[in-house]
Design a binder for this molecule. Structure first.
Ligand code: FAD
Length: 471
């Protein structure tokens, strides 16, 4: 690439300085790089809740990024508005030759980027995107006949066969190239209120340094990941998903870290990272999944569930403690353990007979780590409508799942304190306890904690019939 005098690096889902491919390429090919972040109004106006923790998380990550850039002698331009207007205008006024960025594969983002690219072209400014968010993008890991995989294990095997040192290279940019600019007539964002939001507290800390800290702590316990990953009360997994979502850490960094270790835990964890690429590939190669079932035969399932049951599910008042504890924790934190996501999703779809798309949407609005591809993949897996999904006749029993993965009921008691008086024997289904036991537990079912809103055994039959008819 010929030497460029001045370029813009546009941060999007890559809020970090270390191992950032697009930023590395910008610094390598340019004499000076202007770092820019835009709060995209087209995305933000769709968020109805103006106290959204994810916005606070991004806001804090940007703030930390800006401080780090300052230490290196540059200045991050933090702007708000429509990138299709801002990027071309800014590029012209700052007289840059190129705009560098990292690729974003979601439908809205690809359309936005192609509009920007066309506009920039009229001013002879290049728009250059790099792969950074995944190890392999949509069409890179294909079957021998050139078609996309539909089953995870062969995809994973091919992924492992293809991955080379080049794919997981550490791209450390020359940050001395970062510039300070003061463009005229463009409003800089100085407070979260400038983008129409109020600050909402969240549990974790934001930013690149925190992500690195979480990773290094997790690597100390990764060897037992294969054994512990489903243990809900231990909740000992990496907790890196929001950082991956907003790019506070590089996926290559995670793959390099797990590759250095030989334990079964590290192997299983790598497999989870490959699931992330797999779902990203599915969304890219089968874009219809965003709106409907991957499997056409399950496109028109007749959902007979009740609206008030959906409300009770969201509020954590179904009478199934593990479901309720998970949903209450989710409402308060935006976080949920993977096993719990599977349990509550299965319960919504196969116990309450409610369309998985409603659950997917509720998760999308509230998940701290919301990622369209993984969320859609996860929901379709649980609803048995997806590729390589759980077969429709495998229906999670919320009581035995609870007994297996939260055996002492610690997680339940943390989020449903009214059940604290119940022993291990009844905590998973207190409805079974007789009057005397309920009294001594200080929690009467139907008065202090809801009775089950459905009978799992009966609903199981309803679900089986629903899927059989569709077949
Ligand atoms: C219904 C449902 C919805 C989900 N929605 C999302 C979502 O919106 N965003 C999201 O990142 N994950 C989603 N997942 C996957 C998974 O639950 C989370 O990635 C995981 O709980 C994050 O915790 P962690 O970072 O501690 O994961 P770890 O167990 O430490 O795994 C490391 C990383 O691997 C990836 N990963 C792990 N499991 C999966 C998986 N099943 N599918 C795809 N990637 C995976 C994540 O990036 C995760 O951060 C969903 C799963 C289900 C069943």
């Amino acid at each position: 690439m010929k030497k460029i005098k001045r370029s813009i690096f546009w941060f999007r889902r890559d809020l970090r300085l270390q191992d950032n491919r697009g930023l590395y390429e910008a610094c390598k090919s340019s004499e000076g790089v202007i770092p820019v972040f835009i709060f995209d109004q087209n995305i933000l106006t769709k968020l109805k809740n103006k106290k959204d923790r994810r916005v606070s998380f991004i806001y804090d990550s940007i703030d930390l990024l800006e401080k780090d850039i300052k230490k290196k002698g540059g200045r991050l331009l933090i702007l708000a508005g429509d990138p299709c207007e801002i990027i071309p205008k800014l590029s012209k006024s700052l007289k840059v030759e190129s705009v560098f960025t990292n690729e974003d594969y979601e439908d809205y983002a690809t359309k936005r980027d192609s509009t920007i690219q066309k506009k920039l072209k009229t001013d002879e400014i290049q728009f250059i995107g790099f792969k950074d968010h995944v190890i392999f993008s949509g069409g890179e890991v294909l079957k021998k006949d050139g078609t996309p995989y539909r089953v995870f294990t062969p995809y994973k095997n091919e992924w492992l066969k293809q991955v080379s040192e080049e794919d997981i290279k550490d791209y450390n940019p020359n940050l001395k190239k970062l510039l300070i600019t003061k463009p005229q007539g463009i409003k800089i964002v100085k407070a979260i209120s400038d983008i129409g939001f109020e600050y909402e507290e969240y549990k974790t800390k934001a930013g690149e340094k925190e992500a690195k800290k979480l990773l290094s702590n997790f690597l100390k316990r990764i060897k037992d990941y294969d054994k512990n990953r489903d243990n809900i009360s231990l909740n000992n997994n990496s907790h890196l998903s929001p950082y991956l979502r907003f790019g506070c850490i590089s996926i290559r960094d995670l793959v390099r870290s797990s590759n250095k270790l030989k334990s079964d835990g590290a192997k299983v964890w790598l497999s989870e990272l490959i699931w992330r690429d797999f779902y990203s590939m599915i969304l890219d190669q089968f874009p219809h999944v965003e709106k409907s079932a991957f499997l056409p035969k399950y496109k028109n399932l007749k959902w007979s569930g009740k609206t008030d049951h959906f409300k009770l599910w969201k509020e954590g008042k179904t009478g199934y403690p593990i479901v309720d504890a998970a949903m209450r924790c989710f409402a308060q934190t935006g976080e949920m353990h993977n096993r719990l996501r599977m349990i509550v999703a299965s319960f919504l779809v196969k116990d309450l007979i409610i369309d998985w798309k409603k659950g997917e949407q509720y998760f999308a609005q509230n998940l701290m780590d919301f990622e369209l591809a993984s969320n859609n993949g996860g929901w379709q897996w649980c609803a048995s409508t997806g590729c390589d999904a759980q077969p429709y006749f495998r229906i999670f029993n919320p009581i035995s799942q609870s007994d297996r993965f939260d055996p002492e009921g610690e997680f339940i008691k943390q989020w449903i304190p009214e059940l604290k008086g119940y022993s291990k024997k009844y905590i998973h289904f207190p409805m079974k306890a007789n009057e005397e036991t309920q009294e001594s537990a200080n929690c009467i079912i139907g008065r202090d904690y809801p009775e089950p809103i459905v009978d799992h055994a009966k609903q199981r039959e309803v679900a089986l019939k629903l899927y059989k008819i569709a077949k």
